[in-house]
Design a protein around this ligand. Structure first.
Ligand SMILES: Cc1cc2nc3c(=O)[nH]c(=O)nc-3n(C[C@H](O)[C@H](O)[C@H](O)COP(=O)(O)OP(=O)(O)OC[C@H]3O[C@@H](n4cnc5c(N)ncnc54)[C@H](O)[C@@H]3O)c2cc1C
Length: 458
């Protein structure tokens, strides 16, 4: 941490009404929602050169919009829908029907999504600073936040705001502001990390004719058991992309890493890349349809599932998820199962699933987005307040976008009513979210999850 003397010498870049740290799916939605709810000066800072976070750094499928099961329901709406609509208008979306796993996914072109985030942020009038890394927080004597310090190639700058939203994924703002959190790995094994990779020149018809997913699982298990290719695990998934003859994978697995430690993360990045090319050799040698396939892209960085989870006014628990809990202060719904990626031991696959009963969805309370005892700060996205298991359910991007929409709107109301995060009028917040299209009540209508069904659900 830099000390107070230095803070006073750091130039002030700008004043904001709401400052959002981290332009992932949660942060972009928070910033847009705050502007659309009437906040004048909304500033969003992002360390990389594009918005979207995990949604554009490494993935191509939004989960969490639909509950899994034989009668899927659409449980996310509003601003997240508009993100998909913008992709759909340029033909960059198809649904991946699935009754198992996390349910039907919304597949998109991640490069196009970078542009969509730019456009949605600009249309909303959000002031975006890319290549701006939050490195410190200046605190007032009472412990509240006076300003944040960002680092850029031009040097250090302070940004002063009336309200702060931490959507950095790693809770960097809360960490620097001395707010309490649980670090992944402290109480339970941290979820593993994954470098995703994309391959081109895949003959998907040949792959399907040879048995598709079932055949792939068998070939992976054989490779591990016979030792022909040193794959890190017997399982792993691939799916076709929004580009002809291309697939994307979630296969690499790197365990026992504290992803807030740059030395451990260095090792993880290198190990992730190494494993990706072990998979490439395996695919080319063993999997029909992949004989001429090549890796054409690795994720921008290794995918980190969890690090710091802030202690909020409420912590979502496994029991809440599995009992389909109802909360008066709900601001979004989640029907995604607990999907806990663990270290594979003794050759056993260790993704642990826990399903929400009857394809239902539980309420996510507003209090999980308010750090305990705080007036001027919110958290959203993967650093929100939840136990390890509950987080493993409520981290899909449908939910992180919905959380962003909720905190951006809440921050706007707290400014309008000059009240603290904890005192935001709940009925007004929920009304406003419903008016924007957010779904706060379990729908009865079964969703159309056929490949081209997106528009039928709008
Ligand atoms: C390997 C993997 C596979 C997954 N698969 C899926 C899937 O298929 N579908 C799905 O829906 N979900 C999936 N998830 C979960 C989901 O992607 C994440 O939970 C979600 O994207 C988190 O969104 P977020 O906005 O909270 O955080 P992030 O997307 O991590 O965004 C945080 C942003 O903050 C920025 N940032 C961080 N620190 C700073 C700082 N100090 N200063 C400035 N900027 C900063 C980051 O660069 C980033 O842009 C997966 C996650 C992983 C890791």
């Amino acid at each position: 941490m830099l000390d107070v003397l230095i803070h006073s010498q750091i130039p002030l870049l700008t004043d904001a009404d709401v400052l959002v740290v981290g332009a992932g799916s949660a942060g972009c939605c928070a910033a847009i929602a705050a502007r659309e709810a009437g906040v004048d000066r909304v500033v969003l800072v992002e360390r990389y050169g594009f918005a979207g976070g995990t949604s554009t750094q490494m993935l191509d499928t939004f989960y969490g919009f639909f509950t899994p099961g034989t009668e899927p329901k659409k449980v996310v709406g509003g601003l997240p829908d508009r993100v998909v609509d913008a992709l759909d208008r340029v033909g960059a979306v198809f649904l991946r029907p699935n009754t198992y796993g996390a349910g039907t996914g919304v597949n998109y072109n991640p490069e196009r999504l970078k542009l969509v985030w730019d456009e949605l942020l600009a249309q909303a009038g959000v002031k975006l600073y890319l290549h701006a890394h939050l490195v410190d927080v200046e605190l007032k004597a009472d412990g509240s936040i006076a300003s944040v310090v960002i680092w850029s190639k031009r040097g250090f700058f302070r940004i002063r705001a009336r309200r702060y939203i931490d959507t950095s994924g790693d809770a960097d703002l809360c960490f620097r502001a001395n707010l309490p959190f649980e670090k992944a790995g402290d109480l339970e094994p941290a979820q593993t990390l994954t470098t995703t990779f994309r391959m081109s020149n895949v003959d998907l018809s040949a792959y399907e004719r040879a048995g598709g997913k079932k055949m792939l699982m068998q070939k992976m298990a054989d490779a591990v058991e016979r030792g022909t290719h040193p794959l890190p695990r017997k399982a792993g998934s691939l799916h076709r992309m929004n580009a002809e003859g291309c697939i994307s994978t979630v296969a690499v697995r790197v365990a026992d890493i504290d992803a807030t430690d740059f030395e451990q993360l260095t090792r993880a990045e290198q190990e992730g890349r190494r494993q990706a090319f072990v998979y490439e050799a395996f695919f080319r040698a063993c999997v029909p349809g992949f004989e001429r396939a090549n890796i054409i892209g690795l994720s921008h960085q290794i995918g980190v599932r969890e690090t710091r989870r802030v202690y909020g006014e409420y912590r979502l628990t496994k029991q809440d998820c599995l009992s389909v809990a109802r909360f008066a202060d709900r601001v979004l719904l989640c029907g995604a199962p607990i999907e806990d990626h663990r270290k594979a031991t003794d050759g056993r696959e260790e993704t642990v699933w826990g399903y929400i009963p009857d394809g239902g969805a539980y309420d996510v309370p507003y209090r999980t987005l308010v750090p305990r005892g705080r007036d001027e700060v919110w958290v959203a996205g993967r650093c929100f307040s939840a136990t390890h298991d509950a987080h493993a359910s409520c981290r899909s991007m449908g939910q992180t976008m919905a959380m962003g929409q909720a905190v951006g709107t809440a921050a706007a109301l707290s400014l309008r009513h000059d009240c603290s995060a904890r005192a935001v009028p709940m009925a007004e917040l929920q009304d406003r979210l419903r008016q924007s299209g957010a779904i706060l009540e379990m729908p009865t209508r079964v969703a159309d999850t056929s490949e081209h069904g997106w528009r039928n659900n709008r």
